[in-house]
Design a protein around this ligand. Structure first.
Ligand code: GLU
Length: 294
């Protein structure tokens, strides 16, 4: 299917905690790329996994984006309100045999090194049976050209295996929801952290199975701590202090190897972003998956 004509980008945080410097980098990069190309920039809150969410985090994220001058277009899309769409995609995949139910327990699969060994592939469990739902992967590499990282290929059958699109506990997996929503929002360009580079072939595979368009992808390096671990809630990344919004934005621009705004363009977050959108160079973003901060 053809990609949409208009540039539409997005930022899609999971409300597992407040925004930190690592998430700001993805937000700033996707915002500037969209604004530099006169595109729209949408906000989607990926609140599909209540056990991992932190109460109040979604509102905090929204407020923090606003305080950093990162204003999105249109309404916020909440994944928690999109269950009917995910259910429809799941039913389509199950009905055509492109997905199947798997009732294996974690312990049954633990010896397969993280790659699903195909246990339930041919068992034809009824679609309404209890268990996880897995996408049935096919042979052959799924490749795409990432605008920053270059060509990426993955052999889903040998490197990933049939992957989960609905968990055993009934929750829709990120891989399916992101594909359904990127298509629903007509996203043409996905700019996000390189921790999701390895997920992209799975997403492209699902787009093809569902007859949905594939957006352009660009994966920016993720920020790491001095130990080389990705900044995240788990690695205790501090929340962004919105009192220092201009300083935070300047640090994000430096991290993305973008030109430094002159003093007159540093008066407030909007001025920084406005100047930076006019001087944005995607080509300058380092082709690395992780850059540690000192
Ligand atoms: N919700 C995901 C996260 O916060 C990002 C999803 C995406 O950009 O595709 O890591």
């Amino acid at each position: 299917m053809a990609r949409p004509d208009r540039y539409i980008g997005r930022f899609a945080p999971s409300p597992t905690g407040p925004l930190h410097f690592g998430s700001l980098i993805a937000a700033v990069a996707s915002f500037l790329d969209a604004r530099a190309r006169n595109g729209l920039w949408l906000l989607r809150i990926e609140d599909l996994d209540p056990p991992r969410e932190q109460p109040g985090a979604a509102r905090q994220i929204i407020h923090c984006l606003q305080q950093h001058g990162l204003h999105w277009d249109g309404e916020v899309l909440w994944q928690s309100r999109r269950h009917a769409a995910y259910r429809a995609a799941l039913d389509t995949l199950l009905a055509s045999g492109k997905a199947f139910v798997c009732d294996c327990s974690r312990s049954q699969l633990q010896d397969s090194g993280g790659i699903y060994p195909g246990t339930c592939r041919h068992r034809a469990l009824h679609p309404a049976s209890r268990g996880a739902v897995r996408a049935r992967v096919t042979r052959g590499a799924v490749c795409f050209e990432d605008a920053i990282q270059g060509q990426v290929c993955q052999q889903l059958d040998t490197e990933v295996g049939d992957f989960v699109i609905r968990r055993r506990d009934g929750l829709i997996a990120y891989q399916l929801a992101v594909v359904v929503d990127d298509a629903h929002q007509n996203i043409s360009h996905v700019l996000r952290g390189a921790d999701l580079l390895d997920s992209t072939p799975r997403q492209i595979f699902l787009q093809r199975q569902l007859g949905l368009p594939t957006p352009y992808y660009a994966h920016v390096p993720v920020a790491g701590n001095p130990q080389g671990q990705k900044l995240s809630k788990q690695t205790h990344a501090p929340a962004l202090d919105a009192q220092c919004a201009v300083t935070n934005l300047l640090a994000a621009l430096q991290y993305l190897r973008q030109p430094e705004p002159p003093p007159q363009a540093r008066t407030d977050p909007a001025a920084v972003l406005d100047w930076s959108a006019r001087h944005w160079h995607l080509e300058a973003v380092p082709r690395q998956r992780l850059i540690s901060l000192c």
